[in-house]
Design a protein around this ligand. Sequence first.
Ligand SMILES: Cc1cc2nc3c(=O)[nH]c(=O)nc-3n(C[C@H](O)[C@H](O)[C@H](O)COP(=O)(O)O)c2cc1C
Length: 170
Amino acid sequence: MDFLTFAKDRYSCRALSDRPVEPEKLERILAAALAAPTACNNQPFRVWVLQSPDALEKASHATRFTFGAPVILAVGGLPSEAWVRPFDGRNFAGVDAAIVATHLMLATHAEGLGTTWIGYFDAGQLKADFPEMAPYDMIALFPIGYPAPDAAPAKGHFACRPESQLIGRL
Ligand SMILES: Cc1cc2nc3c(=O)[nH]c(=O)nc-3n(C[C@H](O)[C@H](O)[C@H](O)COP(=O)(O)O)c2cc1C
C-alpha cells in the first residue's frame, strides 16, 4: 500500500474487541515511536505502556475514552529537556511528543490494530494516579486493540475543509 492510501485508510477506531494484542506487535509500535525525529534529537518524551489491570483501571479514572482496550499508551513531552528556539523562546516538547504520538498512531494501523488519539483526559487525575508522569506535558492517550467487528469510521472522518483553506500556495 502506498503511503497516501495507507494514511487515508487509517481512521479513529472507537470500537475495540477484547482480543489480546501480541507482544511483538506492541514492540514494533514502540520501535516506531523511538524512530520519531525530535528537535535537535533531544528526545524529550516518554511513552508509558499501560497494560496491567491496575494501570488500565487508573487510566479510566482520567477519561471515558478507553474503549475497553487491552493496552493504552500514554505520551508525554518533557519541557525541561526540549529544544527551545532562541528567536522567540518557543519550547518544542509538545511538538516532539506529537510527532512520537503520530508515529505510534500510524504504526498501530500498520499492525492491523485500531486506536484513537485521545486528548480528552484529565491530566491532573492521570498524574495523581501515575506520579512518574508529573513533570511531563501529557498530550495523548492511545487505547489500542483489534477493531471490533462493527468498527467503522465516524462521520467526522470524512469531513474535510476545502483544500484552499488548508494549503496556502504562495
Ligand atoms: C489532538 C487530538 C485529540 C483528539 N482527542 C480525541 C478524544 O479525546 N476523543 C475522541 O474520540 N477522538 C479524539 N480525537 C480524534 C479526532 O476526533 C479524529 O481524528 C477526527 O475526528 C478525524 O477523524 P479520523 O481520525 O477518523 O480521521 C483526537 C484527535 C487529535 C488529533
